[in-house]
Design a protein around this ligand. Structure first.
Ligand SMILES: Nc1ncnc2c1ncn2[C@@H]1O[C@H](COP(=O)(O)OP(=O)(O)OP(=O)(O)O)[C@@H](O)[C@H]1O
Length: 248
């Protein structure tokens, strides 16, 4: 498995997500790296910082679930987060997806020039730019297919063609606006599947990696290892550390 600039990143105490654009090539070719402890970033052209020093404490509680997390992840690469149950992996994905707000730290996109200087103001990583596949999809969906799901609330009675046309136009706009997320997040995509479905999902992820940046939480390290460019272990207490996969 190829682990890019793991040496630099393992020293990070906090987590920052970086993206590279298509023309920038691999991080190794660009000689890029990130030094988030010092708040410094030296990245190749087009790299994008997404998350920085993110901590999260649920309202009404006394303990942080996440502590100063940073991730650096180039565009169109595959990032894997693993770690023990209850360590905070899903909580982090929900923050990156914009479903929960961090207590401190920031989640945004920052592009860089060749010389490592930001080439524009940071852009917000809005929920429209992120797709998320939840760990237990049956908890979030009611019907068996996408069309039934998105038209679930439509009037059931015959007629009312004008209203249905209006709803169809709105639906089309909504679907187009979320069609191409910058980042696709998957929480335990292989869990509960039989061997055939698992192999199919791995194949699909390999295909999706050509188009999208993928951030995946999984315990199935062996099956995903060939896809992984960067991996992190979430320690109990919500501390994220870059750690190469050690699977045979
Ligand atoms: N809103 C909340 N308030 C208090 N505790 C919470 C809240 N949300 C999550 N937790 C707790 O935070 C911890 C981390 O949960 P999280 O689901 O992020 O872990 P995880 O690493 O994804 O676990 P798993 O691998 O089992 O899915 C758990 O102990 C969970 O019970």
């Amino acid at each position: 498995m190829q682990q890019k600039h793991g040496g630099e990143q393992s020293a990070l105490s906090s987590l920052t997500l970086h993206y590279a654009n298509e023309k920038s090539g691999s991080e190794d070719e660009m000689g890029s790296y990130c030094l988030s402890d010092a708040g410094l970033t030296a990245l190749g052209e087009g790299f994008t910082k997404l998350v920085r020093d993110v901590s999260y404490r649920p309202p009404g509680t006394q303990i942080n679930l996440l502590n100063e997390v940073n991730i650096c992840l180039p565009e169109k690469s595959f990032g894997l987060i693993f770690g023990r149950s209850g360590s905070g992996k899903t909580t982090l994905l929900q923050l990156i997806a914009g479903l929960t707000k961090p207590t401190s730290g920031s989640i945004y996109i920052q592009r860089y020039d060749n010389d490592g200087k930001p080439n524009q103001s940071p852009e917000q990583l809005t929920p429209e730019r992120v797709g998320i596949v939840f760990q237990f999809p049956e908890r979030y969906f009611i019907t068996d297919n996408v069309l039934d799901e998105v038209t679930f609330g439509w009037p059931r009675q015959r007629g009312d063609l004008q209203l249905k046309e209006l709803l169809a136009a709105r639906l089309q706009r909504a679907i187009i606006s979320v069609q191409i997320p910058n980042l696709l997040i998957l929480d335990e995509p292989l869990a509960g599947l039989d061997w055939k479905a698992r192999a199919d999902v791995v194949k699909l992820l390999k295909h999706l990696k050509k188009e999208l940046t993928l951030l995946v939480v999984s315990h199935d390290l062996r099956e995903l290892a060939s896809l992984v460019d960067h991996s992190w272990k979430m320690e109990m207490g919500g501390v994220l550390k870059e750690e190469p996969l050690s699977v045979q």
